[in-house]
Design a protein around this ligand. Structure first.
Ligand SMILES: C[S@@+](CC[C@H](N)C(=O)[O-])C[C@H]1O[C@@H](n2cnc3c(N)ncnc32)[C@H](O)[C@@H]1O
Length: 279
């Protein structure tokens, strides 16, 4: 069933602030995705580099492609980027960022990752960072990427192998068996998913990045963090009943373990899976 923008927590205006906080972590695997896709090495051989950043949030991939030296100036002048997200507030944020930063040949559009209405066989590279698992049907999302890629085009996805807050928050779920479920993934699963949806030469690897956060920041980001799980694994009734108690229990756990002004030394493991659409 198609998700409605109005019904997803991503459309809450507070989400943009929380996604900016998230980009402190996601800009690191975003770089891994670009390198593993082979784009920097192959850019010189391409007349036009046509990129789609799917489920873009605050568009960390576009930022890296446009503002770092991962691509040289010639490649940047051949670059065209579409940033797509289902949440209008994310799209508005990226539009403002495009104007503010003067990003050339870059547009932001609202599109559902499972049915984008964007052009078929058009993009040389599609990046979906921490997007597959927020979709109700992630296979449908991968099939959409396959449809939009040119033959020989590259898909690059990132999911989490190890998200430190999952283990950190686990005692809360163990001590309260009535709370709804929790999840994470592996490189093998990401590889299987891309192959099942028609991609070849699939490479799937884990990357580890250490990023510490203050207890205060994590507590303020809890609505965003939990909504990623609630969105896919909890029913509406479970959300209504357990959102507040789960948040309060997690905050109590963090304050007890690290102190209200403490830092949490988290290590993040992302799985980057890349695959080519056959020619
Ligand atoms: C975990 S965030 C990742 C954002 C960004 N890719 C990053 O790595 O920082 C997931 C994003 O997916 C978007 N999203 C959720 N459901 C979607 C859907 N059905 N189609 C497209 N985007 C969706 C959300 O609005 C959010 O921006």
């Amino acid at each position: 069933m198609a998700q409605s923008a109005a019904k997803t927590p991503w459309d809450n205006p507070k989400m943009v602030k929380l996604m900016q906080f998230g980009a402190i972590i996601t800009s690191k695997p975003a770089k891994d995705m670009i390198v593993q896709s082979g784009l920097p090495k192959k850019a010189a051989a391409l007349d036009k580099i046509v990129v789609l950043e799917q489920a873009c949030g605050t568009a960390p991939l576009a930022k890296l492609l446009l503002e770092t030296n991962l691509l040289d100036d010639t490649a940047k002048s051949n670059l065209e980027i579409t940033c797509a997200d289902f949440a209008p507030n994310m799209v508005e944020y990226v539009k403002r960022e495009i104007d503010r930063s003067g990003w050339k040949n870059t547009t932001a559009v609202q599109a559902d990752g499972m049915d984008t209405k964007l052009r078929s066989s058009h993009y040389t590279h599609v990046f979906v960072e921490f997007g597959p698992f927020v979709l109700r049907d992630s296979s449908k999302g991968l099939q959409e990427c396959h449809r939009m890629l040119k033959p020989d085009g590259m898909l690059s996805t990132a999911t989490w192998q190890y998200v430190p807050w999952i283990d950190e928050f686990k005692p809360v779920f163990k001590n309260n068996p009535e709370f709804p479920p929790f999840a994470d993934g592996t490189p093998e699963a990401a590889k299987r998913n891309l192959e099942a949806d028609g991609f070849v030469d699939v490479e799937s690897k884990a990357y580890v990045h250490d990023v510490a956060f203050s207890v205060e920041d994590v507590v303020s980001a809890l609505p965003a963090i939990l909504s990623m799980i609630q969105n896919t694994l909890w029913t509406q009734e479970q959300r209504a009943q357990y959102d507040a108690p789960v948040r309060q229990a997690i905050e109590a756990l963090l304050v007890e373990k690290y102190g209200a002004e403490g830092m949490i030394p988290w290590s993040w493991e992302a799985v980057v899976a890349t695959g080519r659409k056959p020619s």
